[in-house]
Write a new protein. Structure first.
Length: 285
């Protein structure tokens, strides 16, 4: 008998049947009540005892078969576990070696760059610290995106909305499959409120940069979304990356250049891509 859950249930049923059979043959209410005196009446013949022994023998054989099969399966699973563990160790070792080679290669490349650029001078600790802080800030900004154009007091059908609810609506409208409420780490207004009707930007921090890239890539679908009952329009919201002060200045100059080109040549469609103002012909109907 092969070891399995069904085999265990079958064995359990056989034990119950054997118990009932022995109780009936020895005329006791249940097997737990069986004592030595139960075998003394003359009605308990050799034939009855022989049949009980044979039934018990069958039960013992079945139990041995299931236990032997269970033991083999445990040994097999133990071997699989050891094999899997060894594979994980090999995989981990391989990845560590790969990381080590990459680090050594990058360090070598960095060293060569430093030597070629700074042959006669040394990089000061202050400059190194500044570069590290800049890299950390850039990595942190990669997890943020900014929403422009949202009123300070949001309303939907005359009911107040929170900035967090607005962000969740944007996820739904743009159909960001892998981004939801649990992806949001922080949601806050940034900057000083300079006037009563000012619309401070909303800075949203997500769990990782990949989630931000998905939101930014799908944000353009807001332009075609129409709403009723809101005190704002999704099509007038602008979702952008969290840029550094230098990047914001560059962007402002590009927007200024683009507006100037649109004014001088309205027959073309202008847009910004890869820090350049690009032009495309407007298709004629």
């Amino acid at each position: 008998m092969e070891f399995s859950v069904s085999a265990l249930h079958e064995l359990e049923k056989k034990v119950e049947n054997l118990s009932d059979s022995i109780s009936a043959k020895l005329k006791c209410r249940k097997l737990e009540d069986l004592t030595l005196d139960s075998f003394r009446p003359k009605s308990v013949t050799k034939e009855i005892l022989a049949s009980i022994v044979l039934e018990m023998r069958s039960m013992i054989c079945d139990s041995k078969s299931v236990l032997r099969s269970a033991s083999e399966k445990v040994d097999e699973q133990k071997s699989d576990l050891i094999r899997t563990k060894n594979q994980l160790i090999e995989c981990k070792s391989g990845k560590l070696d790969s990381v080590k080679e990459t680090v050594q290669s990058e360090m070598k490349s960095f060293s060569e760059v430093v030597k070629s650029k700074c042959v006669s001078s040394k990089i000061s600790p202050a400059k190194i610290k500044m570069a590290v802080h800049s890299a950390i800030r850039e990595e942190d900004r990669a997890k943020n995106f900014i929403i422009f154009g949202a009123p300070e007091e949001l309303e939907c059908e005359e009911e107040e909305m929170t900035d967090l609810e607005l962000v969740q609506d944007i996820f739904g409208i743009t159909k960001c499959a892998s981004v939801d409420r649990n992806s949001i780490r922080k949601c806050e207004r940034v900057g000083m409120k300079k006037s009563a009707d000012a619309k401070r930007p909303i800075k949203v921090t997500l769990k990782d940069a990949e989630s931000v890239r998905e939101v930014l890539s799908k944000a353009k679908s807001l332009k075609s979304f129409q709403t009723d009952g809101y005190n704002y329009e999704y099509c007038k919201l602008f979702v952008s990356p969290d840029r550094s002060p230098e990047e914001r200045l560059t962007r402002q100059n590009l927007v200024k250049e683009m507006k100037e080109k649109i004014k001088n040549d309205p027959g073309k469609r202008y847009y910004i891509r890869n820090n350049r103002v690009c032009a495309a012909e407007i298709p004629t109907v």
